[in-house]
Design a protein around this ligand. Sequence first.
Ligand code: C5P
Length: 231
Amino acid sequence: MDPTSQIIVALDCDNRATADAVVERLGDECRFYKVGLELLTAAGPDVIKGLVTQGKEVFLDLKLFEIPNSVAGAVRAAGALGVSMVTVHGMGGSGIMSAAVEAARDFPHLRVLALTVVTSMTDADLADIGVSDAVDQQVLRLARLAQKAGCHGVIASPRDVATLRSTLGPDALIITPGVALPGESLAEHARPGTPHAAITAGASHVVVGRTVTRATDPAAAFRFVRSSLTP
Ligand code: C5P
């Protein structure tokens, strides 16, 4: 796969002007953006329409965890905006993942991805919510459940990528956030890794946020991440 299309830049900001400025500075270099709850809530769906109109692909990180009917409605709304990827929580179980997959059928370009265990969580965090399995076991359990429900792939931490690739097979999308370049602070990432390590282990895409968006020269940072993906 072309390394450029494997990098998804997270537009984690609270206003459209900042998001637009990053997109403008990255120009043709970057083709794929993640819009999360912060930007969607602050700036509304127009920010997504703007990206799609410019020919960008959008990963809409809605992290859906709702009753199946509401999940299906949100997925249809995402599909109508022209996004390429939408996320649903695997912890919500088969019902909501199947509802999301079913709703996405009307939008051939739309892929449904399941979140397994968010990358900031540890075994102790799982124990706190009554899950006695360790993180890696829970990740595998939810990934298998997601695949059975028809999801096109999973969101996974760098540490879990290799196991997930061998479990889910070659066609599954594996999107890996929680990555940073060597030497950067990874303080809040419980299971961190570099973009290169994630792709080498079998990730189809990496999500890169502040490494690019907060760089003095975002385009140079993007190119650096891209060059780090190839040997
Ligand atoms: O840390 P960074 O700025 O690269 O984060 C980019 C995206 O990766 C965020 O939007 C977040 O959803 C995701 N992320 C994650 N788990 C982390 C850190 C970031 O899923 N521990």
